[in-house]
Design a protein around this ligand. Structure first.
Ligand SMILES: [Zn+2]
Ligand SMILES: [Zn+2]
Length: 399
């Protein structure tokens, strides 16, 4: 395939017969490399075999030490409103690591993480309207919610009052047991929880939008970041680098605060106007009272008052990284400037579709390094050690 444009036609011109079959299948609308084979589609068309329950290859953590091993998981038979997605690219989010380490409570092992995935639709239930076989779909942080409560009706499925079903390590209300995520070859999901991926995009670079993208996009919508406003991004890893790219695409004046010297140049390449080290006291002083909005993407707790001081009066610092008790905010200092410290986490399905469409329109995608499933454990370690540049994407097409 053509890595730069995902031109399926280039992939398939090597095999004229396959190309004709592909075009006949109607899959030409989805501009993705057809690693999910034509043969799979043909099988699906012949007998709907892909709608049946199946055993699927996955990679699981068996304890908190982060060593991953191959594991087989069940995927349910597709119901009338379900799509079956053959996963092509699945990226590693820091949440996956927090989860297997037990940072948020002991998970249910074996744990198959992964809530940033893109793949090809290889089966559709009888009542599915949003996808056709051969389309490319994404799945993010959740796979089900009640659909009828006030929060679901407000497009806030992540806040479902009857309990959101998250993509992994969550009670599976349909099949029983626990949900398994994207470190696997296939997922069955309600079409309402699958996202459309526009043609022509870098599919591996789009997988991280399903969590990191929406997590950093939602705050700039909610707090209404405007072009020209000063926007501070604290920490530039998987979340932070997408925060920079998305806000720069919106026309904001983005300023990055990092602890890694080599990320200064990267920040500017991603669209930041300025970038500073936290340890640069003179730079920190020069930024006092200058920001319209700030976003903290650092995955651990740290004293935040040093950044609250950088906000203009009445403005907000949104924490999306440290999902832990936060210390180091000073009531008097926040009160003096009437600044707010807020939290935000992922976003609803409609808003997730918005970030995908926005990214496609503006040519934004994650910067990533491709790995094999055998490298998951090692990659997770590098994420913790701040060595990721900037997302690890697991290539399931070769697995
Ligand atoms: Zn995530
Ligand atoms: Zn609900």
């Amino acid at each position: 395939m053509c890595q730069s444009c995902n031109d399926t036609f280039q992939t398939l011109t090597r095999d004229g017969e396959s190309r004709r079959n592909f075009l006949r299948s109607g899959a030409a609308l989805a501009a993705a490399p057809l690693a999910a084979s034509v043969a799979t589609q043909a099988a699906a068309q012949e007998g709907g075999a892909s709608l049946e329950a199946s055993e699927v290859q996955a990679w699981a953590a068996f304890d908190t030490d982060g060593s991953f091993a191959p594991h087989t998981i069940p995927r349910r038979a597709a119901g009338p409103k379900d799509v079956v997605v053959e996963i092509m690219y699945s990226s590693i989010c820091h949440s996956d690591i927090h989860t297997y380490k037990g940072d948020w409570g002991m998970p249910q092992f074996p744990l198959v993480p992964g809530h940033e995935m893109v793949g090809r639709v290889v089966g559709i239930g009888a009542e599915v309207t949003k996808f056709r076989e051969g389309d490319v779909a994404g799945v993010g942080t959740m796979v089900d919610s009640c659909g009828t409560c006030a929060n679901c009706l407000a497009d806030r499925e992540q806040n479902c009052l009857n309990g959101t079903t998250f993509t992994y390590n969550s009670e599976d209300k349909i099949s029983g047991g626990v949900t398994y995520g994207g470190y696997s070859k296939k997922i069955v999901v309600k079409e309402d929880f699958a996202l459309r991926i526009p043609p022509g995009v870098d599919l591996a670079g789009f997988a991280p939008l399903l969590c990191a993208g929406i997590t950093t996009f939602s705050p700039i919508n909610h707090w209404d970041l405007q072009p020209g406003q000063r926007y501070g991004v604290i920490g530039m890893g998987g979340l932070g680098h997408l925060a920079v790219k998305l806000a720069a695409a919106k026309g904001a004046e983005v300023v990055v605060f990092t602890t890694s010297e080599d990320k200064i140049a990267d920040a500017k390449a991603f669209g930041a106007a300025e970038a500073y080290l936290w340890s640069d006291e003179a730079a920190m002083r020069s930024q006092m009272g200058s920001f319209d909005l700030m976003l903290s993407t650092v995955p651990v707790a740290y004293p935040m008052q040093q950044f609250l001081n950088l906000l203009k009066l009445d403005k907000t610092l949104v924490n999306v990284g440290a999902l832990f008790p936060i210390e180091g905010a000073h009531g008097m200092m926040m009160g003096f400037g009437r600044q707010s410290l807020a939290g935000s986490m992922t976003g609803g399905i409609a808003e997730t579709q918005r970030v995908i469409d926005f990214a496609a329109h503006h040519g934004v995608a994650a910067t990533y390094e491709m790995i094999t499933p055998e490298q998951i454990g090692e990659a997770c370690e590098k994420v913790v050690n701040k060595q990721a540049r900037y997302r690890y994407v697991i290539d399931m097409t070769q697995a």
